[in-house]
Design a protein around this ligand. Structure first.
Ligand code: AMP
Length: 293
């Protein structure tokens, strides 16, 4: 009998083959889902969770979610905004970071978007681009290009572009400079509104989101173990704004205590430097796979 999708399962659409695919697979595996995946597959059934995974083109994901073909999607926020589909943006996933920027040739002398007034602007994101310039009362002629937007100024097709940038190397390679930000994007979970209002489906969705949260929160923290002079313990506890107070354990030497805590990445290096100044020794750092707070 051919394998088929189950009515009792929720359905999740992910990018079939592209920039977000590997990180999305890694996330699904890290949250403990077991499923077969190989290139030709259209869908997979999770063996240990009531969910089926559909592999689709990423520019179709918002549409499938809005129409209820699937309950959830994982997709770049840029595509959700561009699609203007009525879906719920549920959760950012902290990968696939990029931003949609206005860029112009480095030697154009253009520094502000107002200077593009009356000019052609090429983009693969015409809806978002048109709205951006209209909101700023800058009248441009938006030209829709499906790929390699960054070469259009050199070809004389447009005076400026609106394109996705992550490292900026593609802009540099084409002698372009960014002059404004249109939109920040990353991979996000989107949901169908009816599915989120359905008690059976929303309970499964919430179980999945709890797992995602555990992985995302963990990726923002480092687990730190160290020995600190007992005399400095009180002060050291105050500079380590862990989740709760750090775990403090006695060591064989009363002059030293062992301290374990989780430190957020934003303050990690500052805290480590201060800990060393205060005499902390044997500082061990490890990443955390999952964390539930
Ligand atoms: P792909 O169609 O496989 O190139 O994947 C494109 C998606 O990856 C976009 O919709 C963005 O959400 C994301 N992304 C992240 N960084 C970039 C980038 N520098 N250029 C294009 N897409 C990016």
């Amino acid at each position: 009998m051919a394998t088929k999708l189950s009515d009792n399962h929720i359905k999740l659409a992910i990018q079939k083959d592209g920039r977000l695919t590997e990180d999305t697979h890694n996330l699904l595996r890290t949250v403990g889902l077991h499923f077969e995946s190989y290139k030709q597959r259209l869908f997979s059934i999770c063996r240990n969770f009531p969910m089926d995974i559909l592999y689709v083109r990423d520019d179709d994901i918002a549409e499938y979610v809005a129409e209820g073909v699937v309950d959830l999607g994982i997709v770049g926020r840029n595509l959700v905004v561009e699609s203007e589909k009525p879906v719920e943006e549920i959760m950012p996933l902290n990968y696939g970071h990029c931003s949609l920027k206005v860029a112009v040739p480095a030697d154009s002398g253009i520094e502000r978007i107002e200077q593009l007034s009356g000019c052609k602007v090429a983009t693969s994101y015409p809806v978002t681009t048109t709205r951006f310039f209209a909101e700023r009362n800058v009248d441009v002629n938006v030209i829709t290009i499906s790929g390699s937007v960054e070469i259009t100024p050199a070809l004389g097709v447009a005076s400026g572009i609106v394109d996705l940038v992550s490292t900026g190397s593609s802009l540099r390679l084409n002698d372009l400079v960014a002059i404004d930000d249109v939109l920040d994007s990353q991979s996000i979970v989107i949901g169908n509104r009816d599915s989120l209002a359905n008690s059976h489906k929303s309970a499964i969705i919430e179980r999945l989101l709890t797992r995602f949260r555990g992985v995302i929160t963990a990726s923002e923290y480092k687990y730190v173990m160290m020995n600190v002079p007992t005399s400095a313990l009180e002060y050291i506890s105050t500079i380590m704004p862990g989740l709760k107070s750090p775990t403090v354990l006695p060591t064989a030497d009363v002059e030293w205590m062992a301290v374990h805590t989780a430190i957020h990445e934003d303050m990690f290096w500052d805290v480590i430097e201060e800990l060393k100044t205060l005499g902390a020794q044997g500082i061990l750092v490890s990443s955390i796979e999952k964390m539930f707070v």
